[in-house]
Design a protein around this ligand. Sequence first.
Ligand code: HEC
Length: 214
Amino acid sequence: MKSDQPNPEFRRAPELQDRILEMHSAAMREMSEPRDGIRPTPVTFLILCFFFTMWGGYYIGAYGGDWTGTGMNEKAGAAAPVASAPQNPMALGAEVYNACTQCHQADGKGLAGQFPPLAASEYVTGDERRFAAILLNGINGDFVVNGQKYNSQMPAWKDNYNDEEIAAVMTYVRNSFGNKAAPVSKQVVEAVRKEVGANGPWSESSLAEFAAKK
Ligand code: HEC
């Protein structure tokens, strides 16, 4: 038998040839020959894709805030955990100031004869040590503000707020109600707290003594 003879099955059944082509058409489609005019993807493009993928991963890892809805904080930097990012003192101070409004009022103008104004008050915009001392320990008895005499009680806040919160409300009051004065750092409050910690509320004269001491 001659080996170059086609398979007799083929000759016998042309419709079988059709079926074989049909059976292989799927495989031929999958592995189609490269056509003219299509060039391989440039290697530089692949490197760029790789680079941007890696960079995207790094970016999400560094700034994504552990996928929490509120955690995205591009400015905090990779090293600083989002939760301990310092709060805006004006925002924090405005929050703390809610504790003051019942007496000094939301507009900082106080109530005539009962509660002194924080607007245009030397106690607010002046010596920051003295202001911190007032907030930490409170005041009892006669107290003159802007020529007006008050005789009531200013509560002590040292057990309610930490140094950062007191500094923030000071910064807020010093820059609200028409006041304009430098922000207060929590280190100032920390130092005054150490100095006056155990004292009771101030009187007008003991406060003046403290302020003069430096
Ligand atoms: C319960 C009422 C009351 C609350 C609350 C209160 N204060 Fe006062 N504050 C007073 C009174 C009264 C005086 C005057 C002292 C006196 O009469 O013995 C005073 C005095 C002051 C003074 C010095 C005088 C002046 O007007 O500048 C400052 C500053 C001050 N308070 C800030 C604050 C801040 C800030 C808060 C909130 C954290 C606050 N106070 C909450 C009643 C209050």
